[in-house]
Design a protein around this ligand. Structure first.
Ligand code: LFR
Length: 476
């Protein structure tokens, strides 16, 4: 039975370039969102390494939660999600004993190469974890940390991934949550616990982890925070992409491919089974988990990072939504290039200049360079659309599925050039939902944890009725 009382839940949603605190008001049928706080996020370099500013993030989270409580005094709960893979090493009292590195730090490059060159190990690890060899994997990060700073194995007793760490600061409970655990390349793809063989391979101490909990677990009340007395901390899917997928107004019949389009484009679907084997490894399919332990096989396409980093270099870059729309309009009027960028180029991961990295690839391929910001936007959006379509084809072939629609949420849903390019390259209609999908999924899981909604399926049914898509039909 739907409750008639309105319930307020706060989603803390941290992305690599921005964070927000959004309050959802659920009246038993509809969800209304209010953004109460938004802030920029970035990693900073020190002595050649990249780090997150955790005290700064915590200050923003607490500011946002105070504001949430001030505006919604009956605030029932809070849930935290962040980008994947990054972690904090702590001791028994929860004290941070090692600085939190940012996943784009180049320290994992030697480990990445080593594994790439060891075919047998690579295949064994993929068979065990369902996660391909990607530069940001927590496995490679932890391997480097333990190898370069061996004393850490003595002083750290626990590895908390970022949402786990913020959940701990809020509730006092140290847990590892399953969706986030699945991004690490350390979880057993066939079970719900860590892969001992993989931990051993990377020399990562097994005692740093506990068996992951499922999303929806109520961790307890907020502690040490007078203003938030009585607010419950609910473990939501800690991985932002898992939250975004949970918000998808998917057809219950299946047949929808999902894209969470933000800093990265995460192209994937929901499944009861992982997609494994040689071809899946070659196609870089990541078998990440939904908060209930089921699978969301996905491919990570470089995403709007490419666009944001390129435009940063033009003084005339758009700053407001209106300026963005104008630039996209101008780009859409340009003739399409008769080539695409190779969006899998590792040079795009963290270059000093993205524009120079793009130009270098084009020069090397003896292709002409775009002349204006609009030209870069056109080339980037068309290339990302092609990257989305390539991922779709790999899934259709490897998972034996046929997709009927592509659902897009996240910042990229507002980019009509990107959505149209995706429709054209894939030959499928793209349904774009301009909503904070990640926050919606975060809140939906809190509602299930609080038993205000029986399950995510029921939430989706209500929510699908509430939102409208902009539909892009394929032109070619
Ligand atoms: C998106 C995301 C991706 C993950 C990447 C790195 O924000 O979480 O899913 O692959 O960031 O963690």
């Amino acid at each position: 039975m739907a409750s008639t009382k309105t319930i307020h839940c706060a989603a803390v949603d941290l992305g690599a370039t921005s964070g927000r605190v959004i309050v959802g008001a659920w009246n038993g049928r509809k969800l209304a969102l209010t953004e109460v706080h938004r802030f920029a996020n970035q990693f900073r370099s020190l002595g050649g390494h990249d780090y997150w500013d955790l005290p700064g993030l915590w200050a923003e989270i607490t500011t946002g939660l105070r504001e949430a409580k001030r505006r919604f005094p009956k605030l029932a709960s809070v849930g935290v999600d962040t980008w994947g893979v990054d972690f904090v090493l702590v001791n028994d009292t929860g004290r941070m004993v090692f600085p939190a590195h940012a996943y784009r730090d180049a320290r994992t490059q030697p480990g990445l190469q080593r594994l790439a060159n060891t075919r047998a190990a690579l295949e064994r690890i993929y068979a065990a974890t369902g996660i391909p060899n990607v530069f940001y994997n927590s496995s490679l990060q932890l391997e480097e940390t333990v190898a370069r700073c061996p004393a850490v194995a003595d002083i750290a007793t626990r590895c908390l991934f970022l949402p786990d760490y913020f959940n701990f600061l809020l509730s006092g409970r140290m847990e590892n949550e399953i969706s986030f655990a699945s991004t690490t390349q350390l979880l057993d793809v066939h079970g719900m616990d860590w892969s001992r063989a993989t931990l051993d391979h990377f020399h990562v101490p097994a005692f740093w982890f506990t068996k992951p909990i499922f999303a929806g677990t109520v961790l307890g009340p907020v502690r040490d925070f007078q203003e938030l007395k009585g607010v419950k901390v609910v473990a939501v899917p800690g991985h932002d992409t898992a939250c975004a997928y949970d918000a998808m107004p998917a057809s219950p019949a299946g047949g929808d491919l999902y894209i969470s389009a933000g800093t990265w484009s995460l192209v994937g679907f929901e499944s009861d089974r992982p997609v494994l084997g040689h071809a899946a490894l070659a196609a870089r399919i990541s078998n990440e988990r939904i908060g209930d332990g089921r699978y969301r096989p996905l491919t990570n396409v470089i995403g709007l990072w490419l666009l944001e980093q390129t435009l940063k270099e033009f003084s005339a870059r758009p700053k407001t939504d209106r300026e963005w729309t104008k630039l996209i309009k101008r780009s859409a009027l340009l003739p399409a290039f008769n080539f695409h960028l190779d969006v899998t180029d590792p040079a795009f991961i963290n270059p000093a200049s993205m524009r120079a990295a793009i130009d270098a690839q084009l020069k090397q391929r003896k292709l002409p360079l775009p002349k204006t910001p609009a030209g870069y936007v056109r080339l980037i959006c068309d290339s990302l659309g092609q990257g989305h379509a390539d991922a779709l084809r790999a899934f259709e072939q490897l998972a034996g599925r046929k997709f009927q629609r592509i659902l897009v949420v996240g910042g990229g849903s507002k980019n009509r050039l990107l959505c149209q390019a995706t429709a054209d390259a894939s030959g499928l209609p793209v349904h774009a939902f301009t909503l904070e999908g990640t926050a919606v999924g975060n809140i939906a899981n809190q509602l299930v944890g609080l038993k205000a909604v029986p399950n995510l399926k029921a939430f989706r049914e209500h929510f699908s009725r509430q939102i409208k898509a902009t539909i892009y039909q394929p032109k070619v």
